[in-house]
Design a protein around this ligand. Structure first.
Ligand SMILES: [Zn+2]
Length: 272
């Protein structure tokens, strides 16, 4: 599932290449990925529009068009991909194709159809954005807000990291990695973190996510960047998916546990 670093990589790839281009034609191969409006309305609203900007908020991509026009908001969820290519692709996973004014094609692919494409006036029209937590890559990452929020939660810190109201964009892979870098045991109740651990955590969140963006994300399964390439962070993962392997720092065996139904990885010596 794409997390913040993967969505940010796609955003940067597309920003460079499609801003200023017009959507000339829209081909919808499976309308189930379009939510809230009919495929006819979707096509009518987008045809002839020019991309003016692309943003990311949490794990969502937001495409802007001429002022006054609706925004296209895309949540990739489990297996969504955006692939820009010179040729029109006809893979089974391709659900929507936008033919662009430079002759290229922007494909929205989604094997499992959990992703969602929506056209909205305001982001608040979509429940995901209600109460969405702070943005870890923002220049002003509000550490004090996180500190206050930690005190309010008894749940394991790993589980809280996955809550997008606490902090946006973190999924199962980076939650384990952040806690390893912060030297914090994943099952520790959030409210029991001592001030040193809170400092290490608020430092590790942007540090790990920025390093992953730099490596263009982690390709565990279906994630591909905006050009269809795999990310390079998989080999840099310290604990995620590495149970039984020696920790790169201390040599102890990486362990796997399940917290709130999600696989969680940690080093029993580095994380106490
Ligand atoms: Zn270790």
């Amino acid at each position: 599932m794409p997390e913040l670093p993967e969505v940010e990589t796609i955003k940067r790839d597309l920003e460079e290449r499609i801003v200023g281009l017009k959507i000339q034609k829209i081909e919808i191969r499976d309308a189930r990925v379009i939510r809230g409006i009919s495929k006819e309305q979707f096509t009518k609203s987008l045809r002839g529009q020019t991309f003016t900007d692309i943003h990311r908020r949490g794990k969502a991509l937001i495409f802007d068009f001429t002022p006054g026009k609706k925004k296209l908001v895309v949540q990739l969820m489990m297996t969504g991909q955006f692939i820009l290519a010179a040729e029109r692709q006809s893979d089974k996973a391709v659900k929507v194709i936008l033919a662009l004014s430079n002759g290229e094609y922007l494909h929205y692919n989604d094997q499992r159809l959990f992703g969602r494409l929506q056209l909205v006036e305001e982001l608040t029209d979509i429940p995901y954005f209600h109460g969405l937590g702070p943005e870890p890559l923002a220049r002003e990452f509000p550490k004090h807000k996180l500190t206050a929020a930690l005190e309010r939660h008894k749940m394991p810190i790993k589980t809280l990291l996955l809550n997008h109201r606490f902090v946006s964009g973190i999924g199962n892979i980076y939650a384990s990695e952040i806690l390893f870098v912060g030297g914090i045991r994943p099952e520790k109740p959030a409210c029991n973190l001592i001030s040193q651990e809170v400092r290490r955590l608020t430092k590790a969140i942007p540090q790990v996510l920025k390093a992953a963006v730099k490596a263009r994300g982690t390709s565990m399964n279906t994630y591909r960047d905006g050009l269809g390439q795999r990310g390079n962070y998989l080999s840099k993962l310290k604990v995620y998916g590495r149970q039984g392997e020696p920790c790169g720092v201390c040599g102890a065996k990486v362990e796997k546990i399940v917290l709130s139904g999600r696989s969680t990885f940690f080093c029993p010596d580095c994380q106490r």
